[in-house]
Design a protein around this ligand. Structure first.
Ligand code: B12
Ligand code: SF4
Ligand code: SF4
Length: 386
C-alpha cells in the first residue's frame, strides 16, 4: 500500500559506521578501538585444552560458561559485531605489592560506564531500534581472542595481548551490537620472535609452554582467585606480592619501550595501594577490621579477595620477609577470627625463627581451638627449631 509516506519498515536500517564508532570510543578515553564480527573464536580449541588440563583450578565459572565462550554469538543472541576497546592502566608506574591494574577504581565499573555511554550514543545515532551490550570481563567472552580479531594486538608468550604501540598494560572491553559493522583486519603477526624473558622469569614456573598458563601456579590466581590454602611449595616464591602479579609483563621489551603514563584519573592509586613497601601494607591489612577493609578497598578490584583471603596473603608476604620487626603484627594476628588466616600466620611466625617467635607459637598452641591451626602451629614450631 502506498499512502504517500515512505515505507519505514522497508527502508534500509542505518547505524553509525565503524569509523564513527571508533572515533566516539577514542573521544570517551579509550586508547585502542577496533571492530570484529562475532563468531566462533579460532582459539576455542586452546581454551578447551586449557580447561581439560585443569589449568582453571577453582575458577569453575569458566567451565560453566564454556559453551557460551566457544561462540561470541551465544551470550546474547542477535548480536553481530563488537567494538572492542582497550584502556591503558599505566605500565610506567613502578611495580609493587599490589598489581598495577588494581590500584585505582575498579576497572569493571570505569570501563563499563564508558562502554554504556558508547552504547547510548550508538543507539541514538541509529535509524531504528538498535541493541548494544557492554562487556568488561562481565560475561562469558574470550576477550583476548576478540581483541586480537579486532586488530588490537597479538597473544604474547605470557598470554597477555600486546599492542605494538602500547605494550600489554591495558584492559580489554567490548560493546556488542546487532549491527553489521565493517571489521578491522585481525592482528596476524607474532612479534615475540625468539624472546622468552617472560617464560624464564616467572617465579612459580607457571607457563607449561609459550602462551599456555597453568593458572593454578600463577601468583595472580594464588593471591586473588584461590579461596583456601596457598600451597606450601609456592609461598616463598610470592615474595613481596600481596595481590596480583605483573612480573611476566614487567620484563617484556614491548612494555619497557611502549608502556604509557596513566591518563585516566580513576586508575590512580589510592590509600594503602599507593605504597611501595609490601610489609607496611601487609601489617595494616593483618590488623584490619571489616569496616577498615571497606573504607580502604571498597570500589577497587581488590575486593575480589575478601578480607580473610587478603590477610592470608599478608601473612605469606610477611613470612617471606621473615623480619623480626614484623613479629608484633604477626603475633596479634595469631588470634584472628579465621582459621585460614591463623594457619598462614603460624607459618609466617615460624619463618622468623627466633626465641620470641617460638614462644608466641607455644603460647597460641595452648589456647588454639581449631585442629587445622594446631597442626600448622606444630609445623611452624618444627620449622623454628630446624
Ligand atoms: C581467568 C582470567 C585470569 C586467570 C588465568 C589467566 C590466563 N592467562 O589464562 C588469572 C587469575 C591467572 C589471570 C591473571 C591475570 N589477568 Co586475567 N583474566 C582472566 C579472564 C577472566 C579469562 C581468561 C581466560 O579465558 N583464560 C583461559 C585462557 C585459555 O584464555 P586466555 O588467557 O584469554 O588466552 C587466549 C589466548 O592466549 C589464546 N591462546 C591460549 N593458548 C594458546 C596457545 C596458542 C598456540 C595460541 C596461538 C593461542 C593460545 O587463546 C586463549 C583463548 O582465547 C579474562 C577476561 C575474559 N573474559 O577474557 C581476564 C584477562 C585476561 N586478565 C587480564 C589481566 C589484566 C590479568 C593480569 C595482568 C592481572 C594481574 N596483574 O595479576 C594477570 C596476567 C597473568 C597472565 N600472564 O595472564 C586482562 C588481560 C589484558 C591483556 N592485555 O591481555 C583480561 C582480558 C581482563 C580484562 N577485561 O582486561 N586472569
Ligand atoms: S603473573 Fe606472575 S606468577 Fe603469573 S605467570 Fe606471570 S610471572 Fe608467573
Ligand atoms: S617477554 Fe618476550 S616472549 Fe614474553 S610476551 Fe614479551 S616479547 Fe613475548
Amino acid at each position: 500500500m502506498n499512502n504517500g509516506l515512505p515505507d519505514v519498515s522497508l527502508a534500509p536500517r542505518s547505524a553509525p559506521s565503524a569509523a564513527q564508532a571508533k572515533a566516539q570510543a577514542f573521544g570517551l578515553g579509550f586508547d585502542l578501538a577496533g571492530v570484529a564480527a562475532l563468531g566462533a573464536p579460532e582459539t576455542a580449541p586452546a581454551f578447551d585444552a586449557w580447561l581439560a588440563n585443569g589449568y582453571a583450578g577453582e575458577m569453575h565459572y569458566l567451565e560453566r560458561g564454556a559453551d557460551l565462550r566457544r561462540d561470541a554469538r551465544r551470550p546474547e543472541p542477535g548480536m553481530r559485531s563488537a567494538i572492542v576497546v582497550a584502556m591503558n592502566y599505566g605500565g610506567t608506574q613502578p611495580s609493587g605489592p599490589i598489581a598495577r591494574y588494581a590500584r585505582g577504581d575498579d576497572y569493571h565499573d570505569v570501563m563499563r560506564e564508558k562502554l554504556d555511554e558508547l552504547g547510548r550514543w550508538f543507539v541514538a545515532a541509529s535509524s531504528s531500534a538498535a541493541r548494544t551490550r557492554s562487556y568488561v570481563d562481565t560475561g562469558p567472552v574470550l576477550e583476548r581472542d576478540l581483541a586480537r580479531r579486532a586488530g588490537l594486538g597479538w597473544f604474547g608468550k605470557n598470554t597477555n595481548l600486546i599492542n605494538p604501540s602500547l605494550g600489554s598494560f591495558f584492559f580489554i572491553g567490548a560493546l556488542f551490537t546487532d549491527a553489521d559493522l565493517e571489521t578491522d583486519a585481525p592482528f596476524e603477526a607474532d612479534r615475540c620472535g625468539s624472546c622468552t624473558r617472560c617464560l624464564d622469569v616467572c617465579p612459580t614456573q607457571a607457563f607449561t609452554a609459550p602462551r599456555t598458563l597453568d593458572a593454578t601456579r600463577c601468583i595472580s590466581y594464588l593471591t586473588i582467585e584461590l579461596k583456601g590454602e596457598i600451597p606450601a611449595e609456592f609461598r616463598t616464591a610470592i615474595g613481596e606480592l600481596l595481590y596480583g602479579c605483573d612480573i611476566c609483563q614487567d620484563v617484556c621489551p614491548w612494555n619497557r619501550k611502549f608502556s604509557r603514563e596513566l591518563s585516566e584519573p580513576a586508575f590512580e592509586a589510592r590509600g594503602l595501594r599507593r605504597l611501595a613497601d609490601g610489609r607496611e601494607i601487609a601489617r595494616a591489612v593483618l590488623a584490619m577490621s571489616r569496616e577498615g577493609y571497606k573504607a580502604e578497598f571498597g570500589g577497587s578490584a581488590v575486593t575480589r579477595a575478601p578480607l580473610p583471603r587478603l590477610k592470608r596473603n599478608a601473612a605469606v608476604l610477611l613470612g617471606c620477609a621473615a623480619a623480626s620487626d614484623d613479629l608484633p603484627a604477626l603475633i596479634a594476628a595469631l588470634a584472628d577470627a579465621e582459621p585460614l588466616v591463623r594457619r598462614h600466620v603460624a607459618w609466617a611466625v615460624g619463618r622468623v625463627r627466633s626465641d620470641a617467635a617460638r614462644q608466641a607459637l607455644l603460647d597460641r598452641l595452648i589456647v588454639e581451638p581449631d585442629a587445622s591451626v594446631v597442626e600448622a602451629l606444630r609445623a611452624a614450631l618444627a620449622a623454628c627449631a630446624g
